[in-house]
Design a protein around this ligand. Structure first.
Ligand SMILES: Nc1ncnc2c1ncn2[C@@H]1O[C@H](COP(=O)(O)OP(=O)(O)OP(=O)(O)O)[C@@H](O)[C@H]1O
Ligand SMILES: [Mg+2]
Length: 368
């Protein structure tokens, strides 16, 4: 990785001979460091010409070649962009250089009612969340109760990745007859200022039309950031205040229940966080639950698992999520068996999966 400071000494020499740059396209890469527990917030722009001025004022005079990292020292700790197009090659940024931001963001009209086929019975553990979903189902099926002040309104699912938050929302959608809107928060972000707020308003208007209804906003932290991160995206302030308004509701009994989901409640805007009447934690599975999850997915395998000491696997997978157990142990062993045309999966394949997963986890700790 070539750091901007490393290319600096070359700059003066290059700058004299370099041709003037016509066009530069940058893509956001992320922070080189993590601030406390917080992860890199999502970055994009709503106003390409404003971004162009901003970028030129920082990097004017710099000679850039494709693949270089440009560090934005106005954001702490120095947000990185990668130059993905430089025209002409190895040229110098001037006041006339056209600079664009290319950001792979999914823009999807999120207002879709989804019907999913996951059931509560397939989710191991997470008893509190299951009870909360039962409460929601009961209120939804009783109009009088749903109109009362006691109906659930805003609930937050939180906890480490891969422990069934999204799965629970899908199971809820399968279990209720009312409409459920399953939305990824990042799909609520728009390209232009005002898009995101409009999408939120449309979403809630649509939900009110089909009330009683549930709105499940997955990965809420990608939009409802704390105030100190909101300035990074111009429209996040607007998004957060629109969402706050909708979560409050003009009528208390408008028949909408909002369920949010996040790995990181700590980075959520405190006003949004305070709107949630209940915070439901999704914990890593305990010893017995890990055994149950392994059994569940091993039984769904097309290749039988034979003479497995499951307890040995369970002992070695403390703090693993449901997703890790399914993907890194069961799926990985099935792939190994398929590769070598095995008709059964034994302890050998499982130990190999475990070893591979442990190396992967170690690397993950190293790089994160
Ligand atoms: N408690 C569980 N019981 C059975 N399967 C589970 C459980 N937890 C996770 N899984 C498996 O892991 C997959 C991923 O879980 P899910 O997407 O619901 O996690 P999540 O909590 O939403 O994670 P993230 O925070 O990363 O979005 C599920 O589709 C399921 O196959
Ligand atoms: Mg999820």
């Amino acid at each position: 990785m070539e750091h901007q400071s490393k290319i600096k000494p070359k700059q003066e020499a290059f700058a004299k001979t370099a041709s003037k740059m016509n066009r530069l396209v940058l893509t956001p890469v992320g922070y080189p460091l993590k601030a406390g527990d917080d992860s890199s917030p999502y970055l994009s722009t709503d106003d390409p010409s404003l971004f162009q001025h901003y970028a030129r004022s920082q990097w004017i005079g710099l000679v850039v070649e494709k693949g270089n990292f440009l560090f934005d020292s106005l954001l702490f700790p120095d947000y990185a962009f990668r130059a993905i197009t430089v025209e002409p090659k190895n040229s110098q940024i001037t006041k006339n250089t056209q600079i664009f931001l290319y950001s792979e963001q999914k823009v999807d009209p999120a207002n879709k009612v989804s019907q999913q086929h996951t059931t509560f019975a397939e989710i191991v553990g997470q008893q509190n969340a299951k009870e909360k979903c039962q409460i929601i189902s009961k209120f939804l099926s009783n109009k009088e109760l749903m109109k009362s002040h006691w109906a659930p309104k805003n609930i937050l699912f939180w906890g480490p990745p891969g422990n069934g938050k999204t799965m629970m929302a899908k199971a809820l959608s399968h279990n209720i007859k009312s409409s459920i809107f399953l939305i990824k928060a990042s799909d609520l972000l728009g390209v232009y200022v005002g898009d995101g707020a409009r999408k939120i308003k449309n979403l809630y208007a649509e939900a009110r039309r089909s009330a009683p209804a549930v709105i499940f906003i997955d990965e809420l932290d990608s939009i409802a950031l704390k105030r100190n991160y909101q300035s990074i995206r111009g429209d996040v302030v607007e998004l957060v205040s629109t969402l706050l308004g909708e979560m409050d509701g003009i009528d208390t009994n408008q028949g909408i229940i909002t369920v949010g989901s996040t790995n990181q409640p700590k980075i959520l805007d405190s006003a949004i966080l305070s709107r949630f009447e209940d915070l439901i934690e999704f914990k890593d599975p305990n010893h017995f639950e890990r055994r149950e999850i392994l059994d569940l997915y091993a039984n769904l395998s097309p290749i039988p698992f034979i003479e497995i000491s499951w307890d040995l696997i369970v002992q070695q997978t403390a703090h693993w999520s449901g997703r890790d157990l399914k993907e890194k142990i069961i799926k990985s062993a099935i792939h190994y068996a398929v590769l070598y045309d095995r008709t059964r999966i034994t302890m050998k394949e499982l130990n190999d999966s475990l070893l591979k997963a442990n190396i992967f986890n170690e690397n993950l700790t190293y790089y994160s």
